[in-house]
Design a protein around this ligand. Structure first.
Ligand SMILES: [Zn+2]
Ligand SMILES: [Zn+2]
Length: 890
């Protein structure tokens, strides 16, 4: 009997001391869920400074992956920190809920995309809540619901009114078996994903475009002001926008069957008269080096160039060759490796005429010429361009030098000669001009004669937003059969928005746009003439949804406008945007474009959506990206079940600097969990002492042990505060907290002996909870409660009357962030390494504020220094105060 009581007592103690994340986290999750105001943004007149922290919204695949967890752990830590700093924080979450996977799932599981998507959202929201992420769910945005996507339609119409929307023919991937358009990700090795042996064709389809190029210059210039964005993102955007200055020049197509004497290739001919020129087909090329035009020995067309279709229409052999070039280009594009494509080309047998000298040059089609850069045609100048040189050498095309170096330097005689530091030769009356002079001169001639002009070219294209898909925003346009408007195109009036996606559509992924098979959707009446009309059956690219979702968060329930401009004005720009670097280009350019359009529509005042951007690294496993096929996926649910949400989140912050890739190690998560267990036991052990400090409030003298602990504490506060202010070394923040806990544990004897006064114990534990709050919010909340916190700010050194005891519970989230006391944080002594002739020989301890003379004396007095300098001459002593001493000894 006695034995049993004894065992129970031990077990009771062990239970009390066992860190049980599941129990702690479930308890707090329930409490937080019952208090939606906890994470709610406050109105603009709350008197606090605002802080908008945003993580990129996920696609609702049904499962969070570790990359999400890392992204959200960073954002949530920052949001919690800012709440504790007294900010009015907007920390929202939503769902990028349209897209192809829902259709694939529908096909596979025979489940409507809407049902599948909403089910996934519910599951992922549950995961987020279990992780303890502090989102304001009252502002949740779900892009596949009509209350959101109607505003996509509204914006589309506003852009249409402002000339920013147009329709043109464009290439799409077409599977002849499916008889439908394929998304790029449905094209595998040039073949259909469902028909592995069916080659995907390129078809022309009329599609809608947003005129992103209208903002090309501003999108580029704006990057210079985005100093809170990573350089690499700005560089990627600059390259994507790809501005270059040069000249547009029209070569003329040599018509066949024109009559005798016109088919002798490569010969000089007399210039056709201007009248004739106007009638001739032009091949517009863009060049940054018009000064080299007399060295042009061929014209190269992109395989998609309009003229190529003309050339191949009566020439099946050529068509087959061109299709092969297209294929190579597509494969290289898909592999993201277009720059390194092996250059292939085919001669068309046709000739182009150089407008400056009338010379005929062969027209080729080449796989490395891009349809959407410049004009999709180039003049090839092998002597002065690397790529052209490579191509001409491979195919035996003429290489004609037209630029000579000003000075004969080494290598200047070899080709290709790329420098613009030269003079023209073999260039008719331009001979002797410098490259720069020739460029200006030749541009003037082109303008005067009407075959060209100075031009700026952007690599950036207009944004093709048409998708032949079901699960997206319907494009709000109808085609009037009476053609009461040009082309029959009539925009849907605002009062008829939203154009609602029909809920039940048979998804076959065959036979074109699914919406075209829904008569109730397709057939409508013209809003203008009431005649019969058909709806546009394409839906919008899902990048439209993510281009402005973060504005909707500021006013998510607004039924009359996409958002209230006053609210957007208060919250924008976003103070910190966090997401993967894979979005550096499309999403982040489109959302910058959208912001500028909204500004010009008078909806917002900011030019850019986000002041600061942070791109976190990937989460990998065993050196490789996590993927189902590799079998190396780590499930967040598993980690949370085994180690708790706090350990999982904290490990995601601890295991690597946030901008680097993180190799997930389960041992590491277990280690963080053990550490949190240590914190927990420390708290259980000393919370009674800490709580007693409130009752006594007596003046105490802090002794050595207390001062040492306080120093470490205030150094830790300083470090973590600095990191939250922008350095973001959260991994070293966690390490600093671990050191602090080690130091407290190392002082166990002094603590147990009562050598550390209770107010210091309170400050230590209280601050430890506060420092942990952004990183391990569940445990921090539990510690806070264990300490019996009443929320009052309390410093053990406080003089004056004690504040009245109050027991209004302030959640730790609203408790003020601790402030480091620089006096307490100051080191008494520093360790200074002493080097002799560059080699470390000793370390001396000096007072932290010691001057150079004192440090020098200490260094010279060190035993090891004395033994090494005995009998030698100390020629020089270099002291870097607080850092090092260097002796030069001979
Ligand atoms: Zn197919
Ligand atoms: Zn009409």
């Amino acid at each position: 009997m006695r034995h049993r009581i004894y065992t129970e007592k031990i077990m009771a103690e062990e239970t009390e001391l066992r860190y049980d994340p599941a129990a702690i986290e479930t308890k707090w999750q329930q409490r937080w869920a019952s208090d939606p105001a906890l994470y709610a943004a406050e109105p603009a007149d709350c008197g606090k400074p605002k802080y908008y922290v945003l993580e990129m919204l996920p696609y609702p695949s049904g499962q969070l992956h570790m990359g999400h967890v890392r992204n959200y752990a960073i954002g949530d830590a920052l949001a919690r920190h800012m709440w504790m700093r007294g900010y009015n924080v907007l920390h929202p979450m939503g769902w990028d809920a349209f897209g192809l996977p829902a259709e694939n799932a529908a096909l596979k599981n025979n489940m409507p995309p809407r049902e599948w998507t909403l089910g996934n959202i519910a599951a992922m929201k549950k995961q987020m809540e279990r992780l303890g992420l502090g989102y304001d769910w009252a502002t949740e945005v779900t892009t596949c619901l009509p209350d959101y996507y109607r505003w996509n339609q509204w914006f589309f119409l506003r852009m249409y009114e402002n000339g920013l929307v147009y329709r043109k023919k464009s290439k799409v991937n077409w599977c002849p078996e499916c008889a439908t358009v394929l998304a790029n990700e449905q094209v595998v090795d040039g073949c259909c994903w469902r028909h592995e042996s069916t080659k995907v064709e390129q078809r022309d389809l009329k599609q809608w475009f947003l005129r992103t190029t209208a903002y090309a210059e501003e999108l580029l210039d704006g990057l210079d002001k985005l100093d809170g964005w990573p350089d690499k993102v700005c560089t990627m955007q600059r390259n994507w926008i790809g501005r270059s200055e040069g000249t547009d020049i029209d070569f003329f197509l040599e018509e066949i069957n024109e009559g005798p004497g016109t088919s002798d290739q490569g010969s000089e001919v007399s210039r056709p008269s201007g009248e004739q020129e106007a009638d001739r087909k032009r091949i517009r090329v863009f060049t940054t080096r018009v000064d080299t035009i007399f060295g042009a020995t061929s014209v190269q067309l992109a395989p998609q160039h309009a003229l190529v279709a003309e050339f191949t229409s009566a020439n099946p052999e050529l068509k087959a060759q061109v299709d092969e070039l297209l294929n190579q280009q597509k494969k290289a594009t898909e592999a993201g490796d277009l720059g390194a494509i092996e250059k292939h080309g085919v001669p068309t047998g046709r000739l182009a005429v150089n407008p400056y000298n009338g010379q005929r040059v062969p027209i080729w089609v080449a796989n490395y010429i891009l349809a959407d850069y410049g004009t999709g045609a180039i003049m090839s100048v092998p002597a002065h361009d690397e790529r052209d040189f490579e191509f001409a050498t491979k195919y035996g095309l003429e290489i004609r030098r037209v630029i000579q170096p000003v000075e004969e330097t080494e290598g200047a005689g070899s080709l290709p000669f790329l420098s613009e530091d030269g003079v023209l030769v073999n260039s008719g009356d331009c001979d002797g001009l410098s490259c720069a002079q020739a460029q200006r001169h030749l541009q003037r001639i082109a303008v005067r004669k009407g075959f060209g002009a100075a031009a700026v070219t952007f690599r950036l294209k207009d944004w093709g937003v048409s998708r032949q898909r079901y699960w997206g925003t319907p494009i709000p346009m109808v085609y009037c059969e009476f053609e009461c408007q040009p082309g029959g195109i009539v925009p849907v009036p605002d009062e008829q928005l939203p154009v609602v996606l029909p809920p039940q559509v048979e998804i076959t992924q065959q036979g074109g746009s699914p919406l075209s098979r829904v008569p109730e959707f397709l057939n409508t009446t013209c809003p203008l003439c009431r005649g019969p009309a058909k709806r546009e059956t394409d839906t919008m690219d899902t990048f439209v949804d993510s281009s402005w979702y973060f504005y909707r968060y500021t006013d998510a329930k607004n039924a009359d406008a996409p958002f209230d401009s006053e609210k957007a004005k208060y919250w924008f720009p976003i103070d910190q945007y966090i997401g993967g670097v894979e979005h550096a280009i499309l999403h982040l350019i489109y959302s910058r474009f959208w912001t500028k359009v909204m500004r010009d529509l008078g909806l917002v005042e900011n030019d850019e959506p986000a002041r600061r951007l942070f791109t976190q690294g990937m989460v990998i496993k065993d050196g490789a990206k996590m993927s189902k096929s590799k079998g190396n996926v780590v499930s967040p649910d598993d980690m949370v079940a085994r180690y708790g949400a706090d350990a999982t989140r904290m490990y995601a912050l601890f295991a690597a600097p946030p901008d680097r890739d993180l190799d997930w190690q389960e041992d590491g998560v277990a280690g963080v969990s053990r550490f949190l267990g240590r914190v927990w036991r420390l708290m259980v052990k000393y919370a009674p002492v800490a709580r007693s400090a409130r009752e006594t409030r007596s003046e105490t003298q802090n002794g050595g042990a207390a001062l040492k602990l306080l120093r470490k504490l205030h150094q830790t506060i300083a470090k973590i505060t600095l990191d939250f202010e922008g350095r973001w070394h959260f991994n070293t923040c966690v390490a600093a907290i671990m050191e602090l806990v080690n130091e407290i544990q190392a002082a166990d004897a002094q603590l147990a002996a009562g050598e550390v006064p209770a107010p210091v114990v309170l400050e230590l534990l209280r601050t430890l909870a506060l420092l942990l709050a952004p990183l391990a919010p569940y445990l921090a909340a539990e510690l806070w409660e264990t300490l019996g916190e009443d929320g009052g700010v309390f410093h053990p050194g406080d003089k004056g009357p004690s504040p009245p005891p109050q027991r209004t519970q302030t959640p730790i989230l609203r408790a003020p962030w601790p402030v480091s006391d620089p006096e307490l944080a100051k080191e008494d002594e520093l360790e200074i390494p002493v080097q002799i002739n560059g080699k470390l020989v000793a370390v001396v301890r000096v007072a932290a504020d010691a001057d150079s003379k004192t440090i020098e004396a200490a260094a010279l007095a060190a035993e090891k220094v004395q033994s090494r300098t005995a009998g030698k001459t100390v020629a020089k002593v270099i002291v870097v105060p607080g850092k090092t001493v260097n002796l030069v000894v001979k």
